[in-house]
Design a protein around this ligand. Structure first.
Ligand SMILES: Nc1ncnc2c1ncn2[C@@H]1O[C@H](COP(=O)(O)OP(=O)(O)O)[C@@H](O)[C@H]1O
Ligand SMILES: [Mg+2]
Length: 452
């Protein structure tokens, strides 16, 4: 059997809304029972799910428990009038998004404007045409649905943007970390090769000097004894010998020669020490960790910084106070760890120099520049503390110091990479921690903790 719909617009609207999966809830607020009933029937027939509130109080009461998709609101009612209800609905966050259509016999332009201003989406003049009511209801329900979809889409989009941004900043961090590691590896391998090359080259001539000084000392001693033998058995030499002995100040020469040789021996020992430190410092890092005595790393680094610590015309020498605990040797990448010590100690010296800027030599002497280097054995870790009484840092600066390229030093002096590299080496390469504690004008302490 073929059902033929009459070519009526209401029927068309009915068939359109009839396709919707869930019927839309529509609240009719009208004190006129006949008019409300009529509207109810039209909407129900069109496939909606209407309900009626006979006055404002009842409407507000219903709205506490149900959330309609649309409200049709009469303006003139006993008790709370339509405008007042509209105002309350719009100022309640729970109901403010429900589209609201005014219905009134008034065709007064002012009332329409007032209703729309209060947040109504439309205005229907009574007595209403069924087609008009259904068309308007449908449009606003559709608008409402689309607004919802738009809002959802927008939220999804925002979430996706947030996810993407987080992902990008993670990638950027990883990239920066990788870049740092590259710089650090590159620097260490060139520097390490250079330093160990020098250490190696110095070694042979140094061994030759140090080894021969001992022989030279012995030979000189023998020659002097021999000379003394001559003097004992030939107390009256010819005048030429007497004159020559006077010219060369023979007694002074013989005593001073021994001292001189001793000084040379001390100097050679010192060079040997420096050369050994250079090699300790630059111990090229392999794939695997090597056992290191932390103390050796600290001492060799301090020795290499000696030229910056010693006294100059502006200030006395910076005092190094060592407080080393008995530590077991630990498995680590010594070249990298020494670079961390180097970065922290160089920063400490910079901070001290900075704090000396407005002080006189006497003032510095009174409150001497100091760097404490301490180690401590803890339960499952070792702590290394490097503390200076330099310029210190503000809270704001402290938040930034581990970021690559952050520096407060003039161009050409600071690169801002020292602490970023140090942080990476300690935290990522050694699974430890690097913490800064500082106050402006007081000084700074960096604590490295390495797991055992
Ligand atoms: N011991 C310290 N005392 C005061 N400020 C410090 C100290 N160590 C680091 N800083 C601050 O941290 C910044 C970053 O240090 P770093 O990464 O080593 O880069 P750079 O030394 O090249 O500036 C420095 O510019 C300085 O402001
Ligand atoms: Mg630095």
């Amino acid at each position: 059997m073929i059902t033929k719909f009459p070519p009526c617009s209401i029927q068309l609207l009915y068939s359109m809304v009839g396709n919707m999966t869930e019927p839309n809830l529509i609240l009719i607020v009208d004190d006129n029972t006949t008019s409300a009933r009529l509207l109810f029937d039209v909407l129900e027939k069109a496939g909606y799910q209407p309900s009626i509130a006979k006055n404002g109080e009842e409407a507000l009461h219903q709205l506490e428990t149900v959330s309609p998709d649309l409200i049709l609101l009469d303006v003139i009612m006993p008790g709370i009038d339509g405008f007042e209800i509209c105002d309350r609905i719009k100022s309640n966050p729970k109901t403010k998004d429900i589209p609201l259509i005014f219905m009134s016999a008034l065709s007064n332009v002012d009332d329409k404007a007032k209703g729309l201003k209060l947040g109504a989406v439309d205005y229907i003049t009574k007595p209403f045409q069924q087609e008009e009511v259904l068309a308007r209801v449908q449009i606003h329900l559709k608008l409402r649905q689309q607004t919802r979809q738009l809002k959802e889409l927008n939220e999804q989009l925002e979430q996706r943007v947030a996810e993407r941004t987080a992902q990008l900043s993670r990638s950027l961090n990883e990239l920066q970390a990788a870049q740092l590691q590259l710089i650090q590896q590159e620097k260490m391998s060139t520097l390490g090769q250079l330093v160990s090359g020098i250490g190696h080259e110095i070694n042979n001539p140094l061994n030759s000097i140090a080894g021969n000084i001992a022989h030279a000392e012995q030979y000189v001693q023998d020659l002097i004894s021999h000379l003394q033998l001559y003097q004992r058995y030939y107390p009256d030499p010819v005048s030429e010998i007497v004159q020559d002995a006077e010219e060369i100040s023979l007694p002074f020469l013989t005593t001073d020669l021994a001292k001189l040789l001793n000084t040379m021996k001390v100097a050679a020992d010192r060079i040997t020490h420096i050369s050994r430190s250079l090699r300790t410092f630059s111990r090229s890092d392999h794939e695997n960790t090597i056992e290191l005595q932390i103390q050796d790393g600290l001492d060799s680094t301090l020795l290499l910084l000696q030229h910056r610590l010693k006294a100059n015309s502006h200030r006395p020498a910076i005092q190094i106070v060592r407080d080393y605990a008995e530590l077991p040797s630990i498995a680590c990448f010594p070249g990298q760890l020494n670079q961390v010590f180097m970065n922290l100690l160089a920063n400490a010296i910079d901070a001290i120099e900075e704090s000396n800027r407005d002080k006189t030599y006497a003032e510095i002497l009174e409150n001497p520049n100091q760097i404490y280097v301490e180690t401590e054995l803890k339960d499952n870790s070792i702590a290394i503390r490097i503390r200076d009484n330099g310029i210190g840092m503000t809270e704001t600066v402290q938040q930034e110091i581990f970021k690559p390229s952050f520096t407060t030093k003039p161009v050409g002096k600071g690169t801002g990479l020292g602490l970023a590299i140090a942080h990476q080496i300690i935290v990522e390469k050694h699974g430890g921690s690097l913490i800064c504690n500082s106050a402006p004008g007081k000084g700074t302490e960096f604590t490295i903790e390495l797991p055992l």
